[in-house]
Write a protein that binds this ligand. Structure first.
Ligand code: C2O
Ligand code: CU
Length: 477
């Protein structure tokens, strides 16, 4: 069957390429989703095209709803930050200029970059001081849906987040359109660290749309005001167009500060094709859950004309749900269906066990096993791994070439999306870089091969837990 994939002008980069006579330099200027992508230039060299981007971290203001202005910190004045979209094998050179009043860095979440490009302050680089710049350079490989975000303090909840897409040369699924949906929890004002038992409340109400499975009993959450899709509150939703008979690839990415989010689309099932950027055997479900930093690519078959909500709801806390809209442009004008999609209460939710990688997985007995106990919350303001709160915590020492297993147990009332930098790891039969450990005695384990030497961060991607100590250095010795 012929591939029907084509670039959708409204949602993808449109590049004009000019070759400068013999100097081996091509220039292209990208026009990004909202017309304000980072300016880029390219040159063709050995091993792929060089793509240059510029991100300026600065204070600014954006409209996120009919009457809601978000005064915050932004990349290039946009929220979410400009979508960076390149092809597998390209070389990326991204200059980050810091015009904020505080230090910052950028982390390329999920991409196994060389250690010095990983953007962790104090571990892989000196933070970028106000007024300074830093140049990140790495190869765009492997293909997948990734994130970029600040790795300093609670800056993720300022809005310093964006999507990084590395397109495959030969995708294993066919599609006609390709959209990125950036999910986020909206925190007006400056984020504050968790404050022990006097914290934020946010008792779970157990509303029907939260779905089952990973609900905790109580939690401390920041005073989020709503869930955003593509930087918009539900009253002014982003609209994703399709036509009957098309296949639409939706890349859901969750760079939110603390929210684990369930997704379902009214009137449609979804076929999961990628998890954390990695290709999996397509599996059709009615809903799926993304912890912070997780990504799922799904294919939607446009076979039910109308105007449908793509709904997102947090599993912890009492933050109101968000939505985007899937609109058939060739259908007779019809109204947006109201209410939450059926997939929130019935049908088949995705589980990690459903994910079957199309790539080679690490196998064999591990050379080293680490048992990691996750605790915190309630009466304590620290979130710990084996009783230690980073940075007062021992590094986890590994050696190049070893097979490593991490076994995590969760003795707290909240979910923990645990992320290891610099490596993909095996969970069940899938490759991932972030794994949810269910609340209240939940367990998870993963295996990886120590194949990328350096000093790597391992932490809960709930940034409030990370900042309160739920982190370790994984150090090659
Ligand atoms: Cu999304 Cu330490 O990273
Ligand atoms: Cu956590």
């Amino acid at each position: 069957m012929d591939r029907r994939k084509f670039l959708l002008s409204a949602a993808s980069g449109v590049a004009s390429v000019g070759l400068l006579n013999g100097s081996a330099i091509a220039a292209d200027i990208d026009v990004a989703p909202n017309n304000a992508a980072p300016s880029t230039t390219s040159s063709r060299g050995l091993g792929g095209i060089l793509r240059k981007f510029r991100l300026v971290a600065q204070q600014g203001e954006v409209e996120i709803g009919p009457d809601e202005t978000f005064k915050t910190w932004l990349y290039n004045g946009q929220f979410p930050g400009p979508e960076i979209r390149v092809k597998e094998g390209d070389r990326l050179q991204i200059t980050v200029k810091n015009e904020l009043p505080e230090e910052t860095t950028v982390h390329w979440h999920g991409v196994p970059v060389p250690n010095a490009m990983d953007g962790v302050p104090g571990l892989t680089q000196k933070p970028i001081a106000p007024g300074e710049s830093f140049e990140y350079a790495f190869e765009a490989t492997p293909a997948g849906s990734y994130l970029y975000h600040s790795h300093v303090g609670l800056q993720i909840d300022r809005g310093l987040i964006g999507a990084l897409v590395i397109e495959e040369a030969t995708p294993h699924v066919a599609y006609d359109r390709d959209y990125v949906l950036v999910l986020d929890d909206y925190l007006p004002g400056a984020p504050q660290p968790l404050g022990g038992s006097a914290g934020w409340g946010g008792m779970l109400r157990g509303d029907w749309w939260r779905g089952g499975g990973m609900m905790g009993m109580a939690g401390q959450m920041p005073p989020y005001k709503g869930l955003l899709v593509g930087g918009q509150l539900p009253d002014n939703p982003r609209v994703f167009d399709t036509k009957r008979g098309e296949r639409v690839r939706l890349r859901f990415v969750n760079p939110s500060g603390a929210s684990t989010i369930r997704v379902a689309i009214a009137g449609h099932r979804v076929t999961v094709s990628h998890c954390d950027g990695r290709p999996v055997e397509p599996v059709t479900v009615d809903s799926f859950v993304l912890g912070t930093a997780e990504r799922y690519d799904v294919i939607v078959e446009a076979n039910n004309p109308g105007v449908w909500p793509i709904s997102v709801a947090a599993i912890e806390g009492d933050i109101p749900p968000g939505r985007a809209v899937l609109r058939y442009t060739d259908a007779a004008a019809s109204a947006l269906r109201d209410g939450m999609p059926e997939g929130f209460t019935s049908g088949r939710p995705l589980h990690y066990d459903d994910l079957q990688s199309l790539e080679t997985l690490p196998t064999g007995r591990p050379d080293r096993v680490f048992d990691l106990l996750l605790r915190g919350g309630m009466m304590s303001s620290a979130w710990t791994i084996n009783g230690q709160a980073y940075p007062e915590a021992d590094p986890i020492a590994i050696s190049a070439g070893e097979r490593i297993r991490f076994r995590m147990r969760n003795h707290s009332m909240m979910l923990h999306p645990m992320h290891l930098h610099g490596h993909f790891f095996r969970v069940g039969n899938a490759l991932k870089d972030t794994v949810l450990v269910a609340a209240h005695m939940g367990r998870a384990e993963f295996d990886f091969v120590a194949d990328n030497p350096g000093r790597w961060f391992f932490h809960c991607h709930n940034i409030y837990h990370m900042e309160a100590g739920m982190a370790r250095e994984v150090r090659y010795v």
